[in-house]
Design a protein around this ligand. Sequence first.
Ligand code: ADE
Length: 235
Amino acid sequence: MDTALEIDLLTLFPVMAAGYLEESMLGRAQKHGLLSVNVHDIRKWAEGKHKVTDDRPFGGGAGMVMKPEPLFGVIESVKREETQVIYMAPDGEKLTQPLAKELSQAKHLVFLSGHYEGIDQRVRDCLVDREVSIGDYVLTNGTIAACVVIDALARYIPGVLGEEKSLTQDSFTASLLTFPQFTRPAEFRGMRVPEVLLSGNHAEIDAWRLAQRKENTKSKRPDIISPDPEDESSH
Ligand code: ADE
């Protein structure tokens, strides 16, 4: 079977990435051939006895910058015609559910994880197609950020989730957060599961869940609500 999506992750911390990617659903997806992720150690592409990957910034300033040579070397070793190279950076476009879905449709993605104060701009200009941030905060490196994007996009690959239906109930689909979930026992320490969920009436359950999604969104994330064109009260 053809692997649906191939991913190469380029990092100075391959062990950090491997631990995340081998576990749980991502590990299972790879075993089943739905996704393949290869992790590459950028340091292998560094020159000299000390395999130096960073240097001081021209113009001065704090911190170190990743050198262009190892990055050109590693990217050119994996890049093909259909490849999208994604640089993980706090100043990139912010990861959203629609972006995760869009990326899941690619054939070959290369994630480049930066470190130190960033990477030499020539790499960004020549080899990077897209820059993605996982949020408005700065991490020490982009490895876990790349894993977060891979995790979010993998859920859209057919067969990765046990039930595709969970995708339509996720938070951030239809501009709504998700609804509260309960499992057995029906009563725990005096707290009862809402009766409607025990009723077996699926129309009522769906209506209750939709109402909960709207309520949840209104109270926690009013910023993501888009006006409902059918709802006169929002006009
Ligand atoms: N590298 C450092 N911080 C990051 C962020 N917020 N998103 C993506 N990559 C990063």
